[in-house]
Design a binder for this molecule. Sequence first.
Ligand code: 5GP
Ligand code: MG
Length: 179
Amino acid sequence: MNNDIQSVLYSEQQIDQMEDRLAKRLNAEYQNRQPIVVSVLTGAVFFTTDMMKKMDFKATLDFIDVSSYEGTESTGHVTLEHDLKHDVKGQDVLMMEDIVDTGRTLQYLIDLLQKRGAKSVKVCAMMDKPEGRKVDVHADYAGLEVPNEFLVGYGLDYDGLYRNLPYVGILKPSVYSQS
Ligand code: 5GP
Ligand code: MG
């Protein structure tokens, strides 16, 4: 698996340090509150569980799944694949996302949660790819600013694979051309 990676963009240690910095800010904001942490499946799961262990406040965990991607191209269309177990009405929601690219997924989810009457909706994203943005939306907390490349690892996949790499990297072009 590691042989398919052209270069490592962020090491496991760099990711851990970034998470410490983000957690510090979240711990200040949510000190006496009890948000619902909404993890966006599947990519954000690794980031969410690592971050939650650094959160020093009570929180419930829930999952939502949307799809907007096929291969390495965004289709521009977002559909809800799996819904939350919790009712977010009147609740503080802290959404955990792996990466914000075009922003369409984030916009869709923020709109959905606000429509359902969440008291607040904040977004914590592991990575932000500002050059990819098509919709004017941003994460309230963003860990790493990344270039406009297709990334894998630490939750991010290519065709369902590579999520379990402990770092974030760029795939060798030969991996795409084989499929
Ligand atoms: P957006 O709706 O902002 O274009 O896309 C957000 C979603 O697309 C992310 O949650 C992620 O699942 C996927 N995505 C965006 N950029 C990348 C990338 O570089 N690599 C991978 N594997 N997925 C990405
Ligand atoms: Mg995603």
